[in-house]
Design a protein around this ligand. Structure first.
Ligand SMILES: Cc1cc2nc3c(=O)[nH]c(=O)nc-3n(C[C@H](O)[C@H](O)[C@H](O)COP(=O)(O)OP(=O)(O)OC[C@H]3O[C@@H](n4cnc5c(N)ncnc54)[C@H](O)[C@@H]3O)c2cc1C
Length: 390
């Protein structure tokens, strides 16, 4: 029989960040990550758009992203193994949220919270937009909020691989298998069982199973409202050189940004058209009927674009409030959640890994107080809403 002091279910960016922060901090015990996919590509991390921003409405989300930013900047030194530094390809080109008149009050309130947290976000009126972003069609806009520094995008797979490599170099272990059962006794996790017939006794279990987190919680008889929701990303070429653009979010919810010499774009569906979904088939009509017309109306240079490829992945949506669930279950305290990031988990991975490591090692949050993101609100059905969902 195997055993682990901390068993982490899921080897995506969250699972490896938890493992890394534990072993980097000198955790005195066996840290085991259990992941069935040897390519590590099928989860949300490998299909992410890699955005990192400060433009959220909740202070906790801003603070987590700010640690994410520090971490990404320090990564070449902090995640180097045998003198080899990872290249996370961080492009600090900012996020630009656009708004019509009716959206300006929310942007203004959010910007005040972001600025109070130390974020470098400027509120712009239409003239300000015209001056900095001459490629935009402005007719229906009243203004926007632009992250002048500390925002951009990185290579999600490179971050996950760098965390994995460093965590393993410091002693974290990997078991290639799928967790199929979780045994609970006396209000504690006793062991997990796997597809290959293993039984792993565990001191603590961290649910880092991404879009499958609800299923993994259910294996322990616990309720977690996290569901897989399909998100599609389309890659296109544009003849004009607009490689300096920020990640721009149109009031319609359509977003676009440069990706090397090309661009990517996407849009989350309306809630009534967003079923739970495990397939990753691309619906090309989304590009033809929704994305392209919106892109061409917002950026005249995008009238002549050519779609090149596309992929789909899953947001791990917390259907209560689109926010993370971080920390122990109140009745089964050795079962810890690191779930429900609803599309912003890549940038939150460093802060979540650190928070879970602190909970395990000290019994409480130390660097950032994330108690409002704990399971208590799930049990009480009391949502904590984030306005800045893309
Ligand atoms: C299209 C798209 C765009 C995105 N854009 C952004 C963005 O711009 N910025 C941002 O911050 N975030 C973004 N995200 C969200 C971000 O990618 C996720 O929040 C993050 O990757 C979640 O990481 P994870 O480790 O929790 O999940 P995953 O990467 O999905 O890892 C979970 C792992 O658990 C494993 N697993 C599942 N069940 C079991 C089991 N029973 N036993 C063992 N292992 C199991 C899976 O194989 C998987 O590898 C985006 C996501 C998508 C899909």
């Amino acid at each position: 029989m195997h055993s682990a002091d901390v068993a982490i279910v899921g080897g995506g960016v969250i699972g490896w960040s938890v493992a890394f922060h534990l072993v980097e901090g000198g955790f005195d015990g066996r840290v085991l990550v259990i992941e069935p996919d040897p390519s590590f590509e099928s989860g949300s991390t490998g299909r992410s758009a890699g955005g990192l921003r400060q433009q959220f409405s909740l202070p906790e989300n801003i603070r987590m992203s700010r640690y994410g930013l520090d971490f990404v900047r320090q990564a070449p030194a902090r995640l180097a193994v045998d003198g080899e530094a990872p290249d996370l390809a961080f492009k600090e080109q900012g996020y630009l949220f656009l708004a019509p008149e009716s959206g300006m009050a929310a942007l203004t309130e959010n910007q005040a919270v972001q600025t109070a947290e130390g974020a470098d976000v400027a509120l712009l009126d239409r003239d300000g937009l015209a001056e900095i972003f001459p490629w935009l069609a402005l007719d229906d806009l009243a203004g926007g909020a632009f992250g002048r520094s500390g925002e951009g995008w990185l290579d999600p797979y490179a971050l996950m691989q760098a965390l994995k490599r460093k965590a393993r170099s410091l002693g974290a272990e990997l078991l290639q298998d799928r967790v199929t059962g979780i045994e609970i006794a006396g209000g504690r996790v006793e062991a997990l069982t796997t597809e290959a017939g293993r039984r792993v006794a565990c001191g603590r279990l961290v649910n880092a199973a991404g879009a499958a987190a609800g299923r993994v919680a259910a294996l322990a008889g616990l309720d977690l409202p996290v569901a897989p929701k399909k998100r599609q990303v389309f890659v296109f070429d544009c003849r004009e050189d607009l490689a300096h653009l920020p990640l721009t979010v149109d009031p319609s919810g359509v977003y676009f940004r440069p990706e090397g010499a090309q661009f990517i774009c996407g849009k989350s569906p309306d809630p009534q058209d967003d079923p739970d979904c495990w397939d990753d088939l691309v619906d090309y009509t989304l590009f033809e009927e929704v994305l392209w017309p919106t892109l061409a109306a917002r950026v005249p240079a995008f009238e002549a674009i050519k779609m090149q490829s596309a992929w789909a992945g899953w947001y791990e949506v917390n259907t209560l409030d689109h926010n993370a669930v971080i920390g122990p279950h109140p009745q089964v305290e050795t079962f810890l959640f690191a779930n429900g990031f609803s599309g912003h988990g890549l940038q939150q991975a460093p802060a979540v890994g650190r928070a879970i490591a602190e909970l395990i090692e000290t019994g409480g949050f130390r660097s950032l107080d994330l108690s409002r993101l704990g399971y208590a609100r799930i049990a009480a059905g009391a949502p904590l809403f984030e306005r800045g969902i893309v």
